[in-house]
Design a protein around this ligand. Structure first.
Ligand code: DX5
Ligand code: ZN
Length: 223
């Protein structure tokens, strides 16, 4: 399995906020600006109210990407589409706890395709519900907004959830578990997120509206 890059923190710009008409240029620009991962938000209009991109666009992004594609599936019944997104070029696949009645099976299906598996929880889903899955996954994605849209305000409770998850993972012998945080991440809250135990910062609108991707990504990393 190709591991998640080891550096800490990893900065993952969310392409949801890029200029989709110039996606190849945007991918190149954030990579040159220091992105470690490219975060790709897949939404189906059922699990979340918005519809974004499918495997076809992931494949197009992959053709221009040098960094791993961190694909966040905000879709109902993700099992049906895991292979399609892997074939399209996903390097990490994250499914939502709330969308997977047989979460362990979904994780096994991702691992069977030889890539790391992530599980995401919504703001109202407690960290404690991950207890019986953290031994089997490489990453947890803590949503710090309700999934569906870029540009929303950070929900501060996510900070406590990150600390709680870090403690739980350490106690379970999973110091290597990556904690990713997604939603409302800016250079103003990056430092406290990293202090709480986050390893991977997803940032969409803040990066793409910054006017200077290099400076902004550096400011997230140096927080
Ligand atoms: C929200 C997505 C996020 C989104 C983050 O549902 O999962 O990845 O793009 O955007 P910002 O950083 O603008 O909150
Ligand atoms: Zn996301």
């Amino acid at each position: 399995m190709t591991p998640i890059p080891n550096r800490r923190p990893l900065i993952a710009p969310s392409l949801l906020s890029c200029d989709f008409a110039r996606i190849a240029e945007e991918v190149r620009a954030v990579e040159e600006a220091g992105a470690d991962l490219l975060h790709v938000d897949v939404m189906d209009g059922h699990f979340v109210p918005n519809i974004t991109i499918g495997p076809l666009i992931v494949e197009a992004i992959k053709r221009h990407a040098a960094r791993p594609l961190d694909v966040h599936l905000m879709i109902t019944d993700p099992d049906r589409y895991l292979a399609a997104f892997r074939d399209a070029g996903a390097d990490i696949l994250t499914v939502h706890w709330e969308a997977c009645p047989h979460l362990h099976r979904s994780v096994q299906a991702i691992h069977a395709m030889d890539i790391p598996a992530g599980v995401s929880i919504n703001p109202a889903t407690p960290v404690s519900l991950l207890r019986d899955i953290i031994g089997d996954i490489e990453m947890v994605l803590i949503m710090s907004v309700n999934p569906g849209f870029g540009g929303q305000r950070f929900i501060p409770r996510a900070l406590e959830k990150i600390s709680e998850l870090r403690t739980m993972a350490d106690a379970a012998g999973r110091k290597d578990l990556r904690i990713e945080v997604d939603g409302g991440v800016t250079r103003d809250n990056a430092a406290e997120l990293l202090r709480a135990g986050a390893d991977i910062l997803v940032s969409g609108s803040a990066v793409f509206r910054s006017g200077d991707y290099t400076a902004y990504i550096a400011s997230l990393r140096q927080s």
